[in-house]
Ligand binder design. Structure first.
Ligand code: ZN
Length: 703
């Protein structure tokens, strides 16, 4: 899809008016507007890549006018940037740094911070000096995919000259920082002089194997130059691709059952390898089976391409320099072999390059962040679903760049030494998430009955502990509502758990979405009432279908995923289970302390309690824990306001007294049940446990 010129004079004026009402000056309002236009185009900017600036003035405390560079601050994403995302830095002290011969990254960052107008503002971009050394009011920088397809070529400079003539400066690859700012300023001045002699204007600057700059007197001019330069690169690629023999029609994506068969095995292999390396065990996977991803992974040149390197050095932080390639329809043994070879190659790369760097670097974990699986697609790997999604997005950008570059000539990005310098750059390392993870981070949690009161509260409680959520409910809309409350990456699916085919399809989708499963909250249930002597046989059977057999079906499906993750290479006679798994059941007070007319429900729940114990017994050796909650009198679909009214009236109690009819005299809420599920999830040495959440009820105490 081509890059679009999204500029609108009306929208720009609207931004000036809207930001102006908040006291933002026009120059910064327009800077914000066009930065967001760049960020809106994945062909230009992805996940925090790219940066933008405007040179303007601010008024000091004494009324003096201070020239400043408002430049993108770290931590902001162009797609969503706001005016504070371009903090103002005193321009003259930055420009004065050009007199230096060298400047360390740390000293450069310190100098930029010292000159911030607002000392609480984020760190200015590490490319801020490059912006400061250029004379133009507006400067835009992207890692455009089309441009990179031309700039990642052995003869990139010649190709850029063919496409752009003398309208751009060309800068050889230099790592971002002070040295790049100097090299770019020198290349700019030379090219500007040449352009002036030819009577043309310089519109931009190609940074070989890195990206593209454009600049102008106005936000619109700089933005439109960026789009036009990228369009020209796209046209050059279209020309090359048009000349190619038409490729085979791509096969469609494999069904989710194919992904569900492979991904848990991959996730388990990653866990065992991570354990051996002292890295966190659990990883989230994000499979992309787009036509582009399939074109890449199904190409016979895949293995050779995998070793070429990243499209732009920035990406190495998220994707590592190369993806792991496994065979089509891989067995566990093939995955483990490929992974072991990948790790050995990565460690050799680290040792080789660290020796060159003086042996001062600390190795990162050697695990891949991208996996290419023929027939299936490209898989992003991350410590969260969001992180895996970023890796997958950058993997697709790599695929697009590579395929376009190969059509034009040969994809030859930045080499190993420069990649290492970026991957182990202290400033880049600082961008990676620091601090401790939440207790249930990296865990995939499936909640059934997630649209109901207890299910929704439970989903939210697990999300608050960092878990990734898959939410099932017979009513898909209510599951979607819960997903919304849990966060962007939660998966909501409509599923009737008593329908085996529907359950299988839903489980496949969950596993295909996250790569595996760690914990199930088997919560869905419904009550059938009536005295046993008069109960319709169909009611008893219906209750057992939902309150026992559906739990068994969910548990069985979960066990299959847990076992696939921990199966490993059978020839290696797998040692201890690494990931294990957890089953949590919502058992009712009825199972322990039956009430009249609730036999259909209570007997099925009593069987469910026995089911929980059976799984504890049979799953223990595989590290699979099974526990239950015994909750009572929770406001929910099973005990709605009308029922509370009738029941409290029948007992001659107020509704409040009825709901608080327990030893603590306090109503028990759905969130209390949710917290109890989370507690069980965290009790690593407990299995076969029934945890009571009812405010205290002697008759329902576990004996
Ligand atoms: Zn850049």
């Amino acid at each position: 899809m081509p890059v679009l010129n999204r500029w609108s004079d009306a929208a720009a004026a609207g931004a000036v008016a809207a930001y102006g009402a908040q006291g933002v000056p026009e120059a910064l309002a327009l800077r914000t507007y066009s930065a967001r236009l760049l960020g809106a185009d994945p062909g230009l900017v992805l996940h925090g890549g790219g940066n933008t600036s405007v040179k303007t003035t601010v008024t000091g405390l004494l009324g003096e006018t201070i020239p400043v560079l408002c430049v993108k601050g770290s931590g902001w994403d162009l797609a969503t940037i706001e005016p504070p995302g371009h903090p103002a830095v005193r321009l003259e002290p930055l420009q004065a740094l050009r007199a230096l011969e060298s400047l360390s990254d740390e000293a450069m960052v310190a100098a930029q911070r010292q000159n911030l107008i607002d000392p609480a503002a984020p760190n200015p971009s590490v490319e801020a000096l490059l912006h400061a050394f250029l004379p133009h009011t507006y400067v835009d920088h992207t890692h455009s995919i089309a441009l990179l397809a031309l700039a990642d070529q052995p003869d990139a400079e010649a190709i850029c000259r063919q496409v752009y003539g003398d309208r751009v400066a060309v800068v050889p690859y230099v790592m971002p920082g002070f040295d790049l700012a100097l090299a770019a300023a020198a290349a700019y001045e030379q090219a500007a002089a040449r352009a002036a002699a030819l009577g043309i204007e310089l519109e931009g600057m190609v940074l070989l194997k890195h990206g593209l700059f454009s600049f102008g007197a106005t936000a619109k001019q700089s933005y439109e130059r960026m789009v036009a330069l990228v369009r020209q690169a796209e046209q050059r690629i279209e020309l090359a691709q048009g000349a190619q023999a038409p490729s085979q029609p791509a096969p469609g994506p494999a069904p989710s059952s194919a992904a569900a068969a492979v991904l848990p095995v991959l996730r388990g292999a990653l866990a065992r390898a991570a354990g051996a390396q002292g890295a966190p065990l659990r990883w989230l996977l994000d499979l992309r089976a787009t036509p582009l991803a399939l074109e890449l992974v199904n190409d016979p040149r895949l293995a050779e391409w995998a070793g070429r390197g990243v499209a732009t050095p920035d990406h190495v932080i998220r994707t590592k320099a190369s993806p792991l390639v496994v065979p089509a329809e891989p067995t566990a043994a093939q995955i483990e072999q490929a992974l072991a070879a990948y790790i050995a190659t990565y460690q050799a790369y680290f040792q080789r390059q660290n020796a060159r760097a003086g042996g001062i670097k600390t190795p990162l974990d050697p695990l891949p962040r991208l996996v290419a699986i023929p027939g299936l697609g490209l898989v992003g790997i991350g410590k969260s679903a969001a992180d895996a999604s970023v890796a997958a997005d950058l993997g697709l950008a790599w695929a697009r760049t590579l395929l376009a570059a190969e059509a034009v000539g040969r994809f030859e990005p930045v080499g190993e030494a420069d990649t290492f310098a970026m991957e182990y750059w202290s400033l880049e390392q600082a961008k990676l998430g620091k601090g401790s993870e939440k207790p249930l981070a990296r865990q995939v949690v499936l909640v059934t009955g997630a649209g109901g009161g207890i299910g929704a509260a439970t989903a939210r409680a697990f999300a608050a502990q960092g878990a990734e959520l898959a939410l099932l409910d017979r009513d898909g809309d209510s599951a979607a509502l819960t997903a919304k409350a849990c966060g962007r990456q939660a998966l909501a699916l409509a599923c009737d758990l008593t329908d085996p085919a529907a359950l299988r399809e839903a489980m496949d989708q969950v596993v295909a979405r996250f790569g595996g499963l760690d914990l199930v909250v088997s919560n869905a249930g419904a009550a059938w009432s009536g005295a046993m002597a008069n109960l319709a046989d169909a009611d008893l059977r219906a209750s057992f279908e939902l309150n026992l057999f559906a739990h068994q079906a969910v548990a069985q499906a979960a066990m299959a995923v847990f076992r696939a993750q921990d199966s490993g290479d059978a020839s290696q006679a797998a040692s201890r289970p690494v990931l294990g798994g957890q089953l949590l059941f919502n058992v009712s007070k009825q199972a322990l302390n039956p009430g009249p007319n609730f036999g259909a429900y209570g007997i099925a729940k009593a069987a469910l309690l026995a089911l929980m114990r059976q799984y504890a017994l049979e799953g223990g050796a595989e590290g699979i824990r099974s526990n239950a909650i015994n909750a009572d009198r929770i406001r929910s679909g099973l005990l709605d306001d009308a029922m509370i009214r009738t029941r409290s009236a029948a007992r001659g109690l107020s509704e409040t007294d009825y709901m608080a009819g327990n030893l603590l005299s306090r109503e028990v809420r759905a969130s209390d049940v949710a917290d109890a599920f989370v507690s069980l999830a965290l009790l690593e040495r407990s299995t076969g446990v029934v945890l009571t959440v009812d405010g205290g009820n002697v008759a329902a105490m576990v004996r």
